[in-house]
Design a protein around this ligand. Structure first.
Ligand code: ZN
Length: 85
């Protein structure tokens, strides 16, 4: 059984990523294999890209600047609502 597992591991390791055009799942646009985001609509094409965006978002939310920006943004919205009302 250990041998089988070893073979399985080896086969997945040697499996090389082939460079195929990436088709966007949202707009069906054909992007180059190295594209991480759709060149047409900006959708993340790979899981790595999605993770990267999520990590960047999480990191941004932890920054004190982010809270300040959000506070300013909220106040701006409030001001708009007040000036209209
Ligand atoms: Zn797209």
């Amino acid at each position: 059984m250990a041998e089988l597992a070893g073979i399985k591991l080896e086969s997945t390791r040697t499996k090389k990523k082939t460079l195929e055009p990436l088709q966007c799942s949202r707009c069906q646009f054909i992007n180059s294999p190295t594209s991480r985001f759709c060149n047409n609509c900006g959708l993340e094409l790979s899981k790595e890209a999605i993770d990267e965006v999520n990590i960047a978002k999480q990191q941004a939310e932890m920054l004190p600047e982010y809270k300040l920006i959000m506070k300013e943004f909220e106040e701006k919205i409030k001001n708009i609502q007040f000036s209209e009302g």
